[in-house]
Design a protein around this ligand. Structure first.
Ligand code: NAP
Length: 510
């Protein structure tokens, strides 16, 4: 006998509990918007930092900046923190915030549809105790841009008999010590995995399609004295964070205006390669053929030395197919392996949550994106989808700085939107189509000059039409300024039909 569905009425429903969902829940709660629920598919908070547990997983943005401004951490052990420490940080912030009682774990959003009559989002969820439908005034998506692993479409991959897993779904029960392992991909995840695997495996075949630029990682451990100073000297940590922020912001013109400004970075990356790889043939294969910055610039001290090691082979021939026991390349060579690691990235321009959200007009967000490209107003709101707020939405990604800064900017905008709705007794806010297209026309115009467009590479930043719908093409302080106030004039609104009361948190059964 199936369990009857439960119905709950809430003010705000947040999807996901990574940096974005967590920040939204904490800040709305601070505003007195306590009637909220956070739906999390995993069994813990942390999002990408919960899921990506592959060996060597670390952040390539300094921790002082890659953390919440409202929850500074003087105890980071290193300048570029490792995944377990970032996950522990998020768990601690969640615990101390007092909002965890409204988190529903191990539960997926199956569908979310706008209901015109009740002017609410009807959100169907599926969890261990059955299904629940929430009727929410606002829907906040913090589902993340890098949450759905993308498997390569390679013939025969499903026939491989050995262990196979994606970098974001590492199977720690598999002991790779002494094994013959293949890694497909040489992106941000792979370059962290390879040095760790090289130390333990018998043989490592690294399948590279495009050589990335890899800069040295200026990583160091903070001393006890530094940590004490950061904790006790008033303003020091904030000053440190601010200095890192502005240092990073100086990279923006190289990405968005003139790639030649990045010549020193290019020289440093090529110098890093020359220093570690003496074999000219291998070095040639590892030399990027596009402009620096066109793809994400990677940082690692261990990657090139690992690739140059005796037990590693860099394979640049195209993969033809995968068999039950190995990988066959276009030249006809088959390399037998025991395990396969696919570090082939995520669904970025075709975000899975978009298929689950149906708007006012009856079409899904994915259907709208298929027509217009993945585009929103200020990366946060979308016409046809009233009261939907996307964090890490279209064109909000960065190649140079901390996504936490972007997320906090969006959360500030959403808070102001909700405050405005309360003040003006508004039932719905929906960005105007004309304002949204004007915003995106300007953005795509800027995009033409960026290295992501002119740099001569294919990357996950671009959609199937070649449009960059993932990155923000300006300074991050401009993004913050643009989102500092909720600009009601850019929205179509409807008023409350009934008096506003503080909604009840009570669950109502059907
Ligand atoms: P990615 O950057 O998309 O890299 C995927 C790699 O797989 C690329 O080298 C790609 O080659 C290759 N690939 C994809 N499909 C393939 C196929 N069919 N055959 C052969 N090779 C294939 O993915 P990722 O490394 O997981 O990183 C994704 C993003 O996550 C990063 O850009 C970054 O934003 C984030 N990340 C951040 C950190 C951090 O430290 N903060 C760490 C890891 C990841 P091509 O280059 O030729 O496409």
């Amino acid at each position: 006998m199936s369990t009857p569905a439960t119905h709950r009425v809430v003010d705000h429903l947040v999807i996901g509990s990574g940096f974005a969902g967590l920040a939204a829940a904490i800040k709305l709660d601070e505003d007195g918007e306590r009637d909220l629920v956070v739906i999390e598919k995993g069994s813990d908070v942390g999002g990408t930092w919960r899921d990506n547990t592959y060996p060597g997983a670390a952040c390539d943005v300094p921790s002082q900046l890659y953390s919440f401004s409202f929850a500074p951490n003087p105890d980071w052990s290193m300048s570029f923190s490792r995944q377990p420490e970032i996950h522990a940080y998020l768990q601690r912030v969640a615990r101390e915030s007092g909002v965890l009682d409204r988190f529903v774990f191990d539960t997926r959003v199956v569908a979310a549809a706008w209901d015109e009559e009740s002017q609410r989002w009807l959100v169907e969820t599926e969890g261990p105790t059955g299904s629940t439908t929430y009727a929410a005034r606002t829907l906040l998506s913090g589902a993340g841009g890098l949450s759905e692993p993308k498997l390569p479409e390679i013939e025969g991959i499903e026939t491989f008999q050995g262990e196979v897993f994606h970098s974001a779904q590492w199977d720690h029960s598999v002991d790779l010590t002494g094994k013959r392992v293949a890694v497909i991909g040489t992106g941000a995840s792979a370059i962290q995995i390879v040095p760790e695997l090289q130390k333990i495996v018998g043989r490592l075949d690294l399948y590279q399609r495009t050589a990335p630029y890899v800069l040295p990682r200026h990583d160091r451990t903070y001393s006890a004295l530094e940590k004490a100073a950061l904790r006790h000297v008033p303003g020091l940590q904030k000053l440190y964070r601010t200095a890192i922020y502005w240092g990073r912001e100086t990279y923006v013109p190289a990405f968005t205006l003139q790639p030649r400004i990045a010549a020193p970075a290019k020289a440093a990356a090529l110098g890093n390669l020359r220093k570690a790889v003496k074999d000219p043939v291998l070095r040639e294969k590892l030399t990027p053929t596009f402009e620096i910055g066109c793809k994400r610039i990677l940082i690692s001290n261990g990657y090139y030395p690992a690739v140059a090691s005796d037990n590693v082979e860099l394979v640049t021939d195209r993969i033809e197919k995968i068999t039950g026991s190995g990988i066959v390349t276009a030249d006809g060579t088959e390399r037998e392996i025991d395990a396969l690691v696919v570090a082939t990235g995520f669904h970025t321009t075709d975000i899975p949550i978009a298929h689950q959200i149906t708007g006012r007009t009856g079409r899904t967000l994915a259907e709208r994106f298929a027509e217009h490209g993945m585009a929103g107003y200020k990366g946060t709101t979308i016409p046809e989808f009233p009261n939907l707020f996307m964090m890490v939405g279209p064109n909000t990604g960065l190649g140079h700085s901390s996504m936490v800064f972007i997320i906090e900017s969006q959360v500030a905008y959403i808070r102001d939107a909700i405050r405005t709705m309360r003040t003006h007794r508004l039932a719905t806010v929906e960005p105007r189509e004309d304002v949204t297209s004007q915003f995106n026309a300007g953005l795509q115009e800027r995009m033409k000059r960026t290295v992501w467009t002119t740099g001569g590479c294919a990357s996950w930043y671009l959609d199937s039409e070649g449009r960059n719908t993932t990155l923000w093409p300006r300074a991050t302080f401009t993004f913050r300024r643009l989102l500092s106030r909720f600009d009601l004039a850019a929205y179509t609104v409807t008023g409350e039909t009934s008096p506003v009361t503080t909604p009840s948190r009570e669950a109502v059964s059907a």
